[in-house]
Design a protein around this ligand. Structure first.
Ligand code: HSE
Length: 432
């Protein structure tokens, strides 16, 4: 029997889920897995907060520092989120000889280099399965199951909140605000939901996937990041007319001169496997040089799914107790080798362009002339008929075009007297 003495930071959605699973499945873990989880201390913001489950009062403390320094704690489980306090607590835990399990993608994306270096120096493990894809064991799969591969691409839906909102807007005609409120109420959203809807949370997770998928570190600020706040029901409906779904996609591609790493709302053909990922579900599709395409799918957010991933790390740690320290889930090159992220303006993509134009003779010709001057070739067009002279949407799909050219062309088009408001520019993935 192996016993793991735990210091838990945070008893919210994920921490609460973890505590409940450990209590409910205590016998299962002891008898079937051979591991006993012994909670020594739990740091919370408010000891008297009403909880839907029972926790012995004497375990609770508001002094998180006392948890990470407690000599009776072997493993600190960091589930408070955010970066400032979490960074201080995690580094302090490592300095005090604790192993760390965290679900904190922001922390690892922004301070991963420092944290892994410190862990290596202290010969302590930092595990983070729950940081990407909620309950999907994708980190373990990249590290172990796909160890024989070099990856050349990652396409992922890794923000449950955004996917929930887009699904509600697409399938049930809900508006953005209502769908966001539902996602918050279901416990998917970050404390600051701007991180979800602005694409930052997905970019944090992409930074981690790239580190362990491509084997190298990226500067978080080099990942181009665009959220879903500018996606309207109109765009969703037009995309549908062309046979596409709009998804917030995290994309990384490897090229000989660097990598692309970006988070963006993307049009995917309705038949694409990622297009059918609904609600808070996440999916990560990777392409390995030996295995080809592999798709991981499951619940990407929420209390028990995320706690399930934390428990996989805890069992992993329990099994390593007393064994020689190695970098474990952190291959050396993922710490040492920097990867060059290409500028977003250097990418080549197909585009969905939506303009609001005054319906007058020659308008389409004028816009296509500007696009043509920038080597942007149109593959499809929809213009909605209304009375002549009224403002109508005009939607164009393009063949592969250079991002830089598209941006310059759109700037010119947006200045035309016949164009109203700011045009919509979305990238298309998944076919050519
Ligand atoms: N806010 C995150 C999401 C939670 O919506 O995916 C899981 O990391």
């Amino acid at each position: 029997m192996r016993t793991l003495r735990l210091g838990l930071l945070g008893l919210g959605q994920v921490g609460g889920g973890l505590y409940q699973i450990c209590s409910a499945k205590r016998d299962f873990f002891i008898e079937d897995i051979g591991v006993r989880f012994d909670f020594k201390k739990i740091a919370v913001k408010n000891k008297s907060k009403k909880r839907s489950f029972q926790v012995p009062k004497q375990l609770l403390t508001t002094d998180a520092m006392s948890v990470v320094r407690d000599p009776e704690v072997d493993v600190v489980v960091e589930l408070i989120g955010g970066t400032r306090e979490a960074y201080v607590l995690v580094t302090e835990a490592l300095k005090h000889g604790k192993h760390v399990v965290t679900a904190n993608k922001a922390l690892l994306a922004e301070y991963g280099d420092e944290i892994f270096a410190l862990a290596n120096k202290m010969k302590r493990w930092v595990f983070f399965e729950a940081s990407v894809g909620g309950g999907i064991p994708v980190i373990k799969a990249l590290r172990e199951g796909l160890v024989a591969n070099r990856l050349d691409s990652i396409h992922a839906i890794i923000n449950g909140t955004s996917n929930y909102i887009l699904t509600q807007m697409t399938e049930n005609g809900k508006d953005f605000k209502e769908a966001l409120a539902e996602a918050q109420q279901k416990g998917y959203a970050e404390a600051d939901p701007a991180l979800d809807i602005e694409g930052v949370d997905a970019a944090h997770k992409l930074a981690i996937l790239v580190r362990f998928g491509f084997g190298g570190r990226v500067k978080f600020s080099d990942i181009s990041c665009e959220g879903i706040t500018r996606i309207s029901s109109e765009d969703i409906a037009f995309a549908d007319e062309f046979g596409y779904r709009i998804k917030l996609l995290a994309i990384a591609k490897k090229f000989s001169d660097g990598i692309e790493a970006r988070v963006q709302p993307t049009l995917l053909p309705a038949g694409h496997m990622l297009a059918s990922v609904q609600g808070s579900f996440n999916a990560v599709m990777v392409h390995g040089d030996e295995v080809g395409d592999v798709l991981f799918y499951g619940r990407g957010a929420g209390s028990h799914p995320t706690a399930s991933a934390v428990l996989s790390d805890l069992v992993d740690l329990a099994m390593r107790q007393g064994s020689h320290f190695d970098l474990g889930k952190v291959p050396m090159r993922a710490i040492q080798r920097p990867l060059k992220v290409k500028s977003i303006s250097a990418i080549l993509s197909r585009y969905y362009l939506r303009f609001h134009i005054v319906d007058r003779p020659g308008v389409l010709a004028k816009i296509s002339e500007i696009l043509g001057k920038h080597q942007i070739s149109i593959s499809d067009v929809i213009q909605k008929e209304r009375s002549a002279g009224s403002v109508v949407p005009l939607i164009l799909l393009t063949h592969d075009a250079a991002e830089k050219q598209v941006r310059t062309a759109i700037q010119t088009i947006d200045k035309l007297e016949i164009v109203r408001g700011k045009s919509q520019v979305l990238r298309i993935e998944g076919n050519s």
